[in-house]
Design a protein around this ligand. Structure first.
Ligand code: G6P
Ligand code: MG
Length: 223
């Protein structure tokens, strides 16, 4: 396939901050005595902080004023940032440094497109900023996935048409956003989560430049 650029999601793809988001929401849910577990967390991947809180509270959302909801979201972010502050390059997903370097050496433009407003902090701690040609975060693109805004902004900044971009995602909402942007997608994770992607892999380390260059569009690479 023509490979004009690769656009990576951040949380859950290049690093396991999806686990930090879960742990932070779990602390808040326990405080509020709202039932919440890993299964309930899965559909929150890729959604903005505010949208995640609305889903977490469900029908209980009406019990909280908008000021209270802002305060809860702030507390969740404090929990999250406490975890991010301890991150180092060791927290890069297995194979991420090698893949980014391989693509960079081959001259493929690279971007991170994340719904997170903390993406720059995470990227700095991972030490990968120099490998990226563009970073688009939740501040730049306020409409969170599945809206295609964040991916379209990344393509524009790279100067590559959306149809030549490949998105790497771990979230159902992210795969939907890639499709809405007219981009091909590689899903990392269980089929229940990313089964709609054009190619699906268990882990990032299975991806390579050769796969991204050679795989026919919409093949089923995993059963
Ligand atoms: C990513 C994560 C979501 C998170 C969102 C907002 O998309 O997958 O779990 O809710 O970013 O993150 P933030 O750091 O701005 O709260
Ligand atoms: Mg993600």
């Amino acid at each position: 396939m023509g490979l004009g650029a690769v656009i990576f999601d951040l949380d859950g793809v290049l690093t396991d901050t999806a686990e930090f988001h879960y742990q932070s929401w779990k602390t808040i849910a326990d405080e509020l005595r709202v039932p919440f577990d890993r299964a309930a967390n899965e559909p929150l991947r890729g959604l903005s902080r505010e949208e995640s809180l609305a889903r977490l509270l469900g029908p209980r959302a009406d019990q909280f004023s908008s000021e209270q909801r802002v305060e809860i979201a702030r507390r969740k972010n404090d929990e999250y940032l406490r975890r991010v502050e301890k991150m180092t390059p060791v927290d890069l997903a297995v194979g991420a440094a090698e893949l980014l370097s391989e693509l960079k050496r081959a001259g493929v433009p690279l971007a991170v497109a994340s719904s997170s407003r903390n993406a720059h902090a995470v990227i700095d701690r991972l030490g990968i900023a120099a490998l990226l040609d563009a970073i688009v975060d939740g501040n730049d693109a306020p409409r969170s996935k599945p809206d295609p805004q964040v991916f379209l902004q990344a393509a524009e900044r790279l100067g590559v048409p959306p149809g030549e971009c490949v998105v790497v995602e771990d979230a159902s909402s992210g795969v939907a956003a890639a499709k809405a942007a007219g981009m091909r997608s590689v899903g990392i994770g269980p089929r229940g989560q990313v089964g709609e992607a054009d190619h699906v892999f268990d882990a990032l380390q299975e991806l390579s430049l050769q796969m991204l260059l050679g795989a026919p569009a919409r093949s089923q690479t995993r059963v």
